[in-house]
Each structure stands twice: as C-alpha cells, then as structure tokens.
Design a protein around this ligand. Structure first.
Ligand code: ZN
Length: 136
C-alpha cells in the first residue's frame, strides 16, 4: 500500500516521507486517507493516534483506525457530544421501537377475538415489518 512514489494519506497530510512499515499506511489510503486523517489530527493529534495504533495488536488496528476516524469526524461535527449524540439518538430510537412493539403485542390478542377475518391495514403491516426488522 505504501509504494515508493505516493505516501499514505496520513503522511501526505503531515507532509512527511512515508517510511516502510508506517503505522498509518494500511489504514489511510493516499486518496481519501488524507481527509480522514485531517480530522484525526485536529481532534486527537497525529502523535497520539500513532501511539494508540502502535500499542494495539496488528489485528485490531484496522477497527481502531476506523473508530478513531469516526469519532474524530463526529467530534468535529458536534464539538459538545461527538459520537455520543449518535448513541443518544439510537438509544431513543430503541426506546421508541420497544414502546411500539409493546403496543402492537398488546393489540394482537384483541384483534384475534374481535376481527374474525383478521385483515390488517397496510399501515399496520408496514409498522410490524419495521419492528420485526429492528428486532433482528
Ligand atoms: Zn505513511
């Protein structure tokens, strides 16, 4: 990935020579890597990111690079909450869907007794499909 001609995205951004075995090279490609690394450098600092990746086993570095990049971009977008804003939003979505699910579960036995032909509306079907999709 490093090659002799083009530095990795991180080294391109830092304007330094990309050495053989550069810790960033496998995770930050020449083209898009520089933009991702710019956020990481601004939020965490290149040296801290390098130390973090170096301290991890090589098998875990890919995931760490992806999450650092995600966290850095989220922090730039939302300086107060960062990626925690996404977590809050998803938690709220889970709470809402669980409430919907409970409400649907509560309705089901009643429909069985009162509605003998059991034809449900398209809205109910799509709601059920959404809830089912979120459970898996
Ligand atoms: Zn490099």
């Amino acid at each position: 990935m490093t090659g002799f001609s083009s530095p990795c995205g991180a080294c391109k951004f830092l304007r330094r020579r990309c050495v053989n075995g550069c810790v960033f090279a496998p995770h930050f490609c020449h083209e898009q890597g520089a933009a991702h690394f710019a956020a990481i450098h601004k939020v965490f600092g290149a040296s801290n990111a390098s130390k973090l990746l170096t301290s991890l086993p090589a098998t875990d570095r890919r995931e760490a690079a992806v999450t650092i990049s995600y966290e850095a971009q989220a922090r730039q977008h939302d300086p107060v909450y960062g990626c925690v804003a996404h977590i809050f939003a998803l938690q709220q979505q889970v709470v809402n869907l669980q409430a919907q699910l409970e409400s649907l579960k509560a309705q089901e036995p009643v429909q069985g007794y009162t509605n003998t032909c059991s034809v449900s509306s398209p809205e109910e079907d799509s709601m059920k499909a959404k809830v089912m999709a979120c459970q898996t």
